[in-house]
Design a protein around this ligand. Structure first.
Ligand code: NAD
Length: 487
């Protein structure tokens, strides 16, 4: 069966999902398909009243359902059913995901949807396994650390992996006994809405998963500043993360998890397997058109093998098939919007103005949609915006080094510390490098996450606060209470 489909066929609904019901709302923002630029739908903007309605619905649902206080295995069972339903509705979800976004149908169907179901199962299984503690005290006393859910969690997700990011937020929060009000990106809300509908079909009580559609300044601000939102869980840019911190500081203190931007280095030592490094590097920057927070966009290579690596990277761009995301044969994603493609060109032009050399790419692709050519810049000044700013496109910079210390100095970014890649055949050198690199994740002789959801993900420096995935994400959705009893 072919996965290709007609992009007009999915049901793009304009509205919110509150208390288990779809709430229609007038579209206010036109939406364009990145694959061909066509306007295809619109997104409403939930105002403060609508956000308040969703937050109240979440609070009531928590009270009435006993979700946060029931036997945890009951939550596990409901979440496992939800994961099953997500898998059986994979085709529908994949289509809703693919049209507005940069995700290709071949990847969403077999990848994003399946992985999201798997991650929901991972967190479902933590619900009756992660708990508090009995701590050492005098024998005349009993000291306990008990944990409990926060209440209503406010979650906000970006457009680049819409359903996976919704899963990262919803699954640990629900497994830990909370209700959620989630605002997906205004560019890609439809798969998240459908996922929420499926939660009710799976038996998760109505009102535990609420979705409000809208932008950052109106809807996002109302959500993070709402007094009954007990905790905020955000994935998006560092700029928006700062605005959210400021809003929370202004409206009332509450904990937050922030998964933010990156500008991740990949160091290729002289003893590396160049073919392997080229394969991993090119996949890391070509996947989703380089629009991944962990895109390994800064290549730092030993001078002795730089030429061989550049040649191998160029070869990896041959045979890519740009095209509509809804065609099964497409292998190369568009950029999310015209605005973002223009920004990418501006950053490339500025680097070239500063003396950078374009080894390949450096321009949009001449075809419908917002495609940009895979690009490699060399001779890039360490102060250049191409090094300092997250480009969020298929653009790599390449710098050379002679000593390991030089490599670490180049890798060290003033702002970001999300991930890093190391390529070497010397495991001693790789392990010694771990301490020299400030990043929340380090991949050695590979680049990118596996399906081991136990490994948390999160950034150092301005790349974030706290973790998604792993036990840490579950624990971040519960708070602890210390209890001391005189016996
Ligand atoms: P963005 O920050 O523009 O938007 C993300 C979400 O935040 C959207 O839903 C948006 O409407 C909302 N938002 C924007 N301003 C807000 C505000 N002031 N208050 C509340 N909500 C607000 O990011 P984007 O362009 O959608 O996504 C790309 C960014 O996300 C990149 O920087 C990327 O690195 C980052 N990202 C990080 C991770 C991670 O795990 N660290 C994962 C995916 C994406």
């Amino acid at each position: 069966m072919s996965l290709s489909f007609d992009p007009a066929s999915p049901n793009f609904r304009s509205g919110h999902f509150i208390a288990g019901e779809f709430v229609a709302d007038e579209p206010q923002m036109a939406m364009h398909r990145p694959s061909d630029g066509a306007e295809f739908a619109g997104c409403p903007i939930a105002d403060a009243d609508t956000v308040d309605r969703a937050v109240r619905a979440a609070g009531q649902a928590l009270k009435q359902s006993g979700w946060g206080t029931c036997r945890p295995r009951e939550r596990t069972n409901a979440l496992l059913k939800w994961a099953d339903l997500i898998e059986t509705n994979a085709e529908d979800l994949a289509r809703l995901e693919t049209v507005p976004s940069t995700r290709l149908i071949s990847q969403t169907f077999a990848g994003d949807i399946a992985v999201t179901a798997e991650q929901i199962r991972f967190f479902a299984e933590l619900a009756d396994k992660e708990g508090g503690d009995v701590v050492p005290t005098a024998s005349s006393q009993l000291g306990l650390i008990v944990t409990e859910p926060y209440g209503v969690v406010g979650a906000i997700t970006p457009w680049n992996f819409p359903i996976s990011m919704a899963g990262w937020k919803l699954a640990p929060a629900l497994a830990a006994g909370n209700a959620v009000v989630l605002k997906p990106s205004e560019l890609t809300p439809f798969s998240t809405l459908r996922m929420a509908e499926l939660s009710v079909a799976a038996g998760i009580p109505e009102g535990l998963v609420n979705i409000v559609l809208g932008d950052g300044p109106v809807t996002g601000n109302a959500l993070t500043g709402h007094p009954n939102i007990a905790k905020v869980s955000f994935t998006g840019s560092t700029r928006a993360g700062s605005a959210i911190m400021a809003n929370i500081a202004r409206t009332g203190i509450k904990p937050m998890t922030l998964e933010l931007g990156g500008k991740s280095p990949q160091i290729v030592f002289a003893d590396a397997d160049v073919a392997l490094a080229a394969d991993c590097i090119s996949r890391s920057i070509l996947f989703n058109g380089g629009q991944a927070c962990v895109a390994g966009s800064r290549i730092i290579v030993h001078a002795s093998i730089a030429e061989a690596l550049i040649k191998a990277l160029k070869e990896k761009t041959v045979g890519l098939l740009p095209g509509p995301a809804w065609k099964e044969e497409t292998t190369y994603s568009p950029i999310i919007s015209q605005t973002q493609r223009t920004r990418i060109q501006g950053l490339v032009d500025a680097a070239v103005g500063d003396g950078a050399e374009v080894m390949f790419g450096g321009q949009p692709l001449d075809r419908p949609g917002y495609f940009y050519a895979p690009t490699l810049l060399t001779n890039v000044n360490q102060q250049s915006t191409a090094i300092r700013e997250e480009i969020f496109g298929p653009v790599m910079t390449l710098q050379t080094f002679e000593t390991d210390e030089e490599a670490f100095a180049l890798a060290d970014h003033p702002t970001y510390g999300l991930a890093a890649g190391l390529y070497t055949r010397d495991m001693g050198r790789a392990l010694k490098s771990l301490n020299a690199i400030e990043a929340g994740t380090i991949w050695i002789n590979r680049y990118g996450r596996s399906r081991d959801h136990i490994l948390p993900t999160g950034g150092y420096k301005s790349s974030g606060i706290g973790k998604d995935l792993g036990r840490e994400a579950y624990q971040a959705n519960r708070r602890s209470k210390s209890v001391l009893i005189d016996l």
